[in-house]
Design a protein around this ligand. Structure first.
Ligand code: GDP
Ligand code: ZN
Length: 296
């Protein structure tokens, strides 16, 4: 037996599959131990393992996590990549704001890809985010524009892709690494898509280092499934609000309609994009309704 460390890349039927940095894969049987302290290992967890010579082992310890997503259940996502487009389909900035806020409140980096830029440069989307402290690049799965930058962002990290159906997530991943798509296709067939009711997340390794977290077949990371952000926390999920927080007349200002609100003044003076602020208000009101509903 030897001590080893690695990342859980798959959890299925009572087994954890732990990838070692050296390339080895250790198959660990799930044990009861972690349920005692309320923590069970998740895909994405970095773990310490007791490994046997035959490639089996057991998870000894879960190493500290950067973040945890509940639905889908996955830990340590470094980067959320949102793919958007301004043509066929047109992405609503509100959706981008929701995903970037979710990423931000999970201490997860965020990158917006304005894809299909060969058809439409998506100037408005690009403008909103580039001036809001949100990372944004233009990409095209057809011409290859922006792919080097995207590859650089993914290298050595665990990333999750999201975005409306048809924006080009599969095409971008395929353009980056055709083998990856073959591999996920195999897994989908093997599992029999649709038969599994619980969402199964898996990490797929990238040839240039790093992982993509997703359900087999790149159905994308389903942001609608994720837990909502509390109203009071939302203001911290908009990076461009930061210089104005604490500057309002009221300490508990919600930046919606209060007088002498520094955030709203910044919107009026053009320092904060109005569409970002209106998304904030919409998300705040939605989150507030959920809270009221829970209290009743
Ligand atoms: P997904 O649902 O997000 O995975 O989207 P797909 O990758 O399946 O792409 C949907 C359609 O858009 C396909 O017909 C692709 O060929 C097309 N597409 C994807 N990316 C681009 C792009 O950058 N430029 C153009 N012109 N078409 C694209
Ligand atoms: Zn305010």
């Amino acid at each position: 037996m030897r001590g080893a460390q690695g990342t859980i890349i798959k959890a299925l039927s009572g087994y954890y599959y732990v990838a070692e940095p050296s390339g080895g894969l250790i198959t660990c049987r799930a044990r009861g131990k972690f349920r005692l302290d309320g923590t069970s290992p998740l895909v994405g967890d970095r773990v310490a393992v007791n490994a046997e010579e035959d490639g089996t082992g057991s998870v000894r310890e879960i190493l500290p996590r950067r973040n945890v997503f509940i639905r889908p259940a996955v830990a340590n996502i470094d980067l959320m990549v949102m793919v958007a487009a301004n043509v066929n389909p047109v992405t609503d900035p509100y959706l981008v704001d929701r995903v970037s806020a979710l990423a931000s409140c999970h201490d997860c980096d965020f990158l917006l890809c304005v894809n299909k830029c060969d058809l439409d440069p998506g100037d408005r989307l690009y403008e909103i985010y580039s001036r809001s402290g949100v990372s944004v690049i233009r990409t095209s799965a057809i011409t290859g524009e922006g792919l080097d930058e995207l590859k650089k962002a993914l290298t050595g990290r665990v990333s999750a892709f999201t975005g409306n159906s048809g924006v080009g997530k599969t095409s971008l991943l395929n353009a980056l690494d055709p083998n990856l798509m073959l591999l996920t296709g195999e897994v989908s067939r093997h599992l029999g898509r649709g038969r599994h009711t619980t969402r199964h997340v898996e990490l797929f390794s990238l040839p240039f280092g790093g992982y993509i977290a997703d359900t087999p077949g790149f159905g994308s990371f389903d942001v609608d499934q994720m837990e909502p952000i509390r109203p009071g926390q939302l203001q911290y999920c908009f990076p461009e609000f930061k210089p104005y927080l604490g500057q309002c007349r009221f300490n508990d200002c919600t930046h919606r309609s209060e007088p002498d609100c520094a955030v709203r003044e910044a919107v009026e003076n053009g320092y904060i994009d109005a569409s970002r602020h209106s998304s904030y208000v919409r998300m705040w009101e939605q989150a507030n309704r959920i809270r009221d509903w829970e209290i009743k």
